[in-house]
Design a binder for this molecule. Structure first.
Ligand code: BG6
Ligand code: MG
Length: 222
């Protein structure tokens, strides 16, 4: 394995909770019941598709103008949560893994559905680790489509099967698998059961595991 691709929200930074709070806020306004369990399906999914899913849950059909207004409101709400973000919101032991990979000269990319990914990486001071940042502004097909990860591999100059992906979302694991990459789920094993391997968080990932991945011959995973 030669390249490592990281999702952002819920993998590198603890922003998944802010996306949830912003969707919950909008759902409450619209009188749509929205739980953390519902939110699992929203993880890794583009903003536009999330709103479509929310409206489907509420059985609502709205005009394009209304749709765009709610999309904007959700993002403004989300932006207010992340406005004061700093390095303290990097998830535990993520820097340990990023630093180690950089020391070993392993190229890394970000593969996120978020259109806010670039500014968030800047705020938490991690931009310099990534050779490529593929975000929601650069892809047309959202996860579970593999486009975001295939583009990341291309920018790293690697074949998909040489790449490892860290993901906290079901849609993201599906995208990594569809890309033919080695998918590592970060979160609950029952939620991320399609991943090649699952860890609760980065504190459970030993450097020896990373070393093993780096010395593993790439193969076809799907
Ligand atoms: C993903 C999140 O990373 O980005 C999703 O997991 C979110 O919850 C998506 O909907 C789009 O993010 P943004 O910042 O462009 O609204
Ligand atoms: Mg995520």
């Amino acid at each position: 394995m030669k390249g490592f691709i990281f999702d952002l929200d819920g993998v590198i930074v603890d922003t998944a909770k802010y996306h949830y709070l912003a969707w919950k806020h909008l759902a409450d306004q619209l009188g749509i019941a929205f739980t953390e369990e519902d939110n699992e399906r929203f993880k890794g999914v583009s903003r536009r598709r999330c709103l479509e899913m929310l409206l489907e849950m509420g059985g609502l059909q709205v005009s394009q103008t209304q749709f765009d207004t709610w999309l904007l409101e959700k993002n403004e709400d989300y932006l207010s949560y992340i406005a004061r973000m700093d390095a303290s919101e990097i998830l535990p032991d993520v820097p340990k893994v990023l630093k180690y990979l950089r020391e070993r000269g392993v190229p890394m990319a970000l593969g996120s559905a978020s259109k806010n990914a670039g500014p968030i990486l800047e705020k938490v001071g991690l931009s310099s680790y990534f050779k490529a940042v593929i975000d929601g502004n650069k892809v047309v097909k959202a996860k579970p489509d593999p486009q975001v990860f295939l583009l990341a591999a291309e920018r790293l100059g690697l074949a998909p099967r040489q790449c490892v992906v860290f993901e906290d979302a079901q849609a993201g694991i599906a995208a990594a698998n569809a890309a033919g990459m080695f998918s590592i789920g970060i979160g609950q094993a029952d939620v991320l059961s399609e991943a090649c391997q699952v860890f609760g968080d980065f504190t459970e990932i030993e450097i020896s595991f990373i070393d093993r991945l780096l010395s593993t011959e790439p193969k076809t995973y799907q």
